[in-house]
Write a protein that binds this ligand. Structure first.
Ligand SMILES: [Zn+2]
Ligand SMILES: [Zn+2]
Ligand SMILES: [Zn+2]
Length: 470
């Protein structure tokens, strides 16, 4: 294996987990351990005309590549920055009569064109060659193997455009590498998954359900007037807290808000390993995630809890269906019924309750009922705080949503304090230059001003709000 250099991390033998990365110096919360541009990345099929194929920002107005009519960009700068990545793809799509194959196949194409052009290693700081990453093709189920064959076939049609041929085995390996190492990229507001990319160094960071690092996507800056100030799209790995020199660096591949057995199941299915992290092996916080309500009065019986959990799961299915159909009145009705049944039976840290609270608060916000939404999202955040690591990015984003909801609901004191709290978390997880952190900074200033006004003269504040709203 080729070994390159990184300033704050190095490759080491992590025992049973295989290779891993460890800190080569003491790190503090929010410190960037390393940043890495994608080796290659593609926008999802469904968003191909809504997301820039260069910087992966979601934009209202994008310009189409006139040649293939498939790729879309913010502007010329983004298009020029991406031309090297898109050139061969553009030709291949034209040759297929303007038919762009699915994201998987496009990513394999971009990956192979890059391997041909630059070999598997593109910089001194890249620790491993892309084609040396794990593929787990041997572990695939029968159905997966069928899909893989179909992909390989489609790929061969697409790839026929003036390039050297590869064996089906080699192409299978490339698809395997994408399947178990592909990293999902989100838009600049962190709201939606918009694409998938390959980051070779990031693949060396092992999983832990309670990790010491977190990953964020920096969309880069193509808008600077001077092109020397342009920066590339890249992921950034940040320390969630103090990490002493020599400690292994870890990230979580799954959301912590699942019972340990469910996290283990997901990891096994998707990444083919058995998680033996401390939180899984000791089932840490599982009890909270399935807890019954406590409080005055009698504790609910085990049977009652079981019934309500079963009811909630069924209800969540119906809620999802109504949401897909856009029937928000029905979603509200179902949520209220479900939350009513859960009251005094499930704890506020119970996963079933948290899922309903999350959906219900979103829908009430959507319907502009901010005071109801605020009450629900507040409960949700209280539950999250007891479960998540204090610097978890999901927690930060949930507090951000709660802060905005309270603010819009006229609860300026709580709103401002939550926005400040979210800002502190996102400074650690996303850093000062991320679009979300910047949004929070603006909101922090705005709510601070409003809070001062409110504290000085509550009536005048409410009158001003009314005037703005109506
Ligand atoms: Zn762009
Ligand atoms: Zn094109
Ligand atoms: Zn685990």
């Amino acid at each position: 294996m080729t070994v390159g250099n990184m300033e704050s991390a190095q490759l080491f033998d992590a025992g049973k987990k295989g290779r891993g990365l460890r800190a080569t110096k003491d790190l503090k919360a929010g410190e960037v351990v390393f940043a890495e541009p994608s080796y290659s990345a593609v926008v999802f099929d469904s968003l191909a005309s809504q997301v820039c194929h260069s910087c992966f920002r979601r934009q209202a107005k994008l310009h189409r590549c006139v040649q293939c009519k498939f790729a879309h960009y913010c502007d010329r700068t983004c298009q020029t920055a991406c031309w090297d990545e898109h050139k061969r793809e553009c030709g291949a799509i034209r040759k297929l009569n303007f038919f762009a194959p699915s994201e998987n196949i496009r990513l394999a194409g971009r990956l192979l064109w890059r391997i041909h052009k630059d070999t598997g290693i593109v910089s001194d700081s890249q620790l491993v060659s892309v084609d040396q990453l794990e593929d787990h093709v041997a572990d695939l189920s029968e159905d997966d193997v069928k899909n893989l064959h179909a992909d390989v076939h489609a790929f061969q049609e697409y790839w026929s455009y003036g390039s050297k041929k590869h064996s089906a085995d080699y192409i299978s390996r490339i698809f395997g590498i994408i399947k178990c190492n592909g990293f999902t990229l989100s838009d600049q507001r962190g709201l939606q998954a918009v694409g998938v990319g390959l980051f070779p160094n990031l693949c060396l960071v092992n999983h832990d359900c309670w990790p010491n690092c977190t990953i964020s996507l920096n969309h880069g800056n193509q808008s600077a007037v001077s092109s020397s100030l342009h920066s590339q799209r890249r992921i950034e790995l940040r320390a969630l807290g103090k990490i002493p020199e020599g400690e292994e660096l870890t990230v979580s591949y799954v959301d912590f808000l699942n019972l340990s057995a469910d996290r283990q199941k997901k990891l096994k299915e998707r990444f083919y390993f058995d998680c033996t992290c401390e939180h899984c092996s000791q089932h840490i916080k599982d009890d909270l995630m399935k807890a019954a309500a406590e409080g005055e009065g009698s504790k609910p019986s085990a049977d009652k809890v079981k019934d309500v959990v079963a009811f909630s799961k069924e209800c969540l299915g119906k809620i999802e269906n109504s949401r897909v159909e856009g029937d928000y009145q029905e979603v509200v009705k179902l949520c209220q019924e479900c939350l009513g049944k859960q009251e005094h039976v499930l704890a506020d840290t119970n996963l079933c309750r948290l899922r309903v609270l999350s959906i219900a608060s979103e829908v009430f916000s959507y319907m502009k009922d901010f005071s109801e939404a605020a009450a629900l999202v507040h409960k949700m955040v209280d539950g999250y705080k007891k479960l998540y690591h204090p610097n978890n990015a999901q927690l930060g984003m949930a507090i951000m949503r709660a802060g905005v909801t309270h603010w819009h609901g006229g609860q300026i004191e709580t709103g401002h304090s939550m926005i400040c709290k979210a800002y502190r978390i996102l400074m650690v997880t996303h850093g000062p230059n991320h679009a979300m952190t910047r949004d929070l900074e603006v909101m922090r200033t705005q709510t601070e001003m409003e809070l001062k006004m409110y504290l000085k003269d509550k009536e005048a504040y409410h009158n001003m709000r009314e005037a703005v709203l109506h």
